[in-house]
Design a protein around this ligand. Structure first.
Ligand SMILES: *[C@@H]1O[C@H](CO)[C@@H](O)[C@H](O)[C@H]1NC(C)=O
Ligand SMILES: *[C@@H]1O[C@H](CO)[C@@H](O)[C@H](O)[C@H]1NC(C)=O
Length: 523
């Protein structure tokens, strides 16, 4: 009986996926870290639906481990070891989290410009390895891929797609000052109410904040146009053998799958080739490992607090770790802390340290009362999914924006790692746990997130398959791409009208007396 049933299931799957002419070949230009954790969920779903996935990945990376991947892998040799990559990353993160915030506004922009440029140049190693390997390119060409999935923060995916002449789809969170969205994709984002990425501003800005937002848009536009893009423009032109720019190539993306959604994002204008698929990786909680479950259950009616600063912050200074531990020790709750540094002296009996935590499963546990987080998009979405109040300690990148959004919706308290004291942390936690409005707002967010006609993962997969079926989605492409900047802003039209007004004014003043006379005689 079982085999018959199994056969039927297989047969139906076969009908649905293998014979519908829908399965195809997917090429992936991945991005490391949290981007990869998110993209992997999409790829696994595509694989379940029968598509063949091939990943172009560097010989050294952090989270991408080719030995463990269930996909086809093409390794791109890069001349840097994993250890050196780690060192580069740790130095970069340290500067970003602890040094950049102390700089003056202007110096911060200059430092960010340098760091942004260097960040993208690391992608060049991988890019070189791909586009100069003729043998690899012809092998990929022969494989006839249907679509390429890339991440705009890891340049070159679009270049490879262009070289192979296949449509590409982006999985994307943000760019500094929304530069790629605005300049390359043509997304209208008025600075008056669409806060610039990494600013931590909301959509309700005072005059001074709007001024700051305007400046952030402008400064980032200058940084990208004059510091980041030029060498890439030259590189892309050389590789493609025709004058082009990085931004123009990015603008050819068929779809932009954005890793946020309207449950969380402030409302702003969109385009038909943008799909908001935030939270696509979220899923119901699974049972916890036995030891952890016992610890969580031992918390009784007080419940537990989950604390993690993500996979990128490995350790804190001893002083900071002690400050945090002493605040946690004063809570009646039990605390599950993901921390791999030296055990802080002030660690309380109620707190346990773990090297790794099944974060989604703890967040979905009924005993969980609050989530202390660095505010990465993936973690914040898991908190939204499970309706858990957040105490946010943002460090860099979009983390400030993420906490600003959840805070604006009344489901989070924000702290600053550089200046916070033990009592700040304790008070924030007490508020988030004991003031019922945080839990109510978190549950409201959660209900909105769950109430969607089609789940975000299904929408992401739908659009990738759509692009495969139709060899692109050019009908969604706005004509903004075909205009010059002065046409886009109608500056030529405004100029023409001003010239007309000037001409009329001139004529009127020149023949002023006569006209006055004319009008007087009319009256
Ligand atoms: C915007 O913020 C101001 C002051 O921060 C507040 O008075 C006002 O009510 C807010 N507006 C909305 C629509 O939330
Ligand atoms: C973190 O640990 C590394 C070694 O793993 C060390 O070199 C670094 O100084 C530590 N950073 C801080 C802030 O303690």
């Amino acid at each position: 009986m079982k085999t018959v049933k199994g056969f039927c299931v297989f047969f139906v799957l076969h009908l649905c996926f293998f014979d519908s002419g829908m399965t195809g070949k997917v090429l992936v230009w991945p991005m490391d870290f949290s981007h990869w954790m998110n993209l992997k969920v999409i790829l696994e779903e595509l694989q379940v639906r029968g598509h063949e996935i091939t990943i172009l990945m560097p010989s050294s990376s952090f989270l991408l481990d080719h030995a463990k991947l269930p996909f086809n892998v093409e390794i791109l040799q890069i001349s840097i070891s994993k250890e050196s990559l780690f060192e580069e990353l740790n130095a970069g993160l340290y500067t970003l989290s602890f040094e950049v915030p102390k700089l003056s506004w202007w110096n911060r922009q200059v430092k960010m410009a340098e760091m942004t440029r260097d960040f993208f140049l690391t992608a060049k190693r991988m890019c070189d390895s791909a586009v100069t390997n003729k043998e690899l390119l012809s092998r990929l060409q022969a494989a006839k891929f249907d679509v390429c999935i890339a991440d705009p923060l890891s340049f070159c995916g679009e270049l490879v797609a262009e070289l192979l002449n296949i449509p590409f789809v982006y999985s994307f969170r943000f760019s500094d000052g929304n530069v790629f969205e605005r300049l390359c994709a043509g997304l209208p984002m008025p600075s008056s109410y669409v806060p610039s990425s990494t600013s931590g501003l909301t959509d309700n800005m005072t005059f001074v904040q709007r001024l700051e937002n305007w400046l952030l848009y402008a400064v980032n536009e200058v940084i990208y146009t004059y510091v980041v893009f030029p060498e890439w423009d030259e590189y892309y032109s050389k590789v493609l053998g025709k004058p082009t720019t990085l931004c123009e190539t990015m603008g050819k993306a068929e779809m932009w799958l954005i890793r946020t959604s309207w449950d969380f994002e402030f409302p702003h204008p969109s385009l038909p080739n943008f799909e908001y698929v935030g939270g696509l990786h979220c899923k119901p909680a699974k049972p916890l490992p036995k030891e952890l479950e016992e610890f969580v259950q031992s918390s009784g009616k007080d419940g537990v607090v989950l604390f993690t600063l993500g996979s990128m912050v490995k350790n804190l200074t001893e002083e900071k770790a002690n400050m945090i531990a002493s605040a946690l020790a004063q809570l009646p709750q039990k605390v599950v802390w993901k921390y791999s540094g030296k055990k802080p002296e002030t660690l309380g009996d109620n707190t346990r340290l773990y090297e790794w935590i099944p974060q989604n499963d703890v967040l979905g546990h009924p005993q969980t009362r609050a989530f202390i987080t660095h505010c990465g998009t993936n973690g914040i979405y898991e908190a939204i999914y499970h309706g858990v109040p957040v105490v946010g300690i943002p460090l860099f990148g979009d983390q400030f924006d993420n906490i600003a959004r959840v805070q604006a919706k009344g489901a989070a308290v924000q702290l600053d790692l550089l200046t916070m004291t033990s009592s700040d942390l304790l008070n924030a936690l007490k508020a988030a746990i004991n003031n019922p409005s945080y839990k109510e707002n978190a549950m409201k967010l959660s209900r909105i997130h769950h109430d969607q006609p089609v789940k975000p993962l299904d929408r992401a997969v739908f659009w990738i398959e759509f692009v495969m079926r139709h060899k692109g989605a050019k009908h969604l492409r706005p004509a903004a791409h075909d205009l010059t900047w002065y046409q886009y802003h109608s500056l030529d039209v405004i100029g023409f009208l001003l010239a007309c007004v000037a001409a009329i004014t001139f004529l009127v003043t020149k023949c002023g007396l006569n006209t006055t006379h004319y009008f007087v005689s009319l009256m």
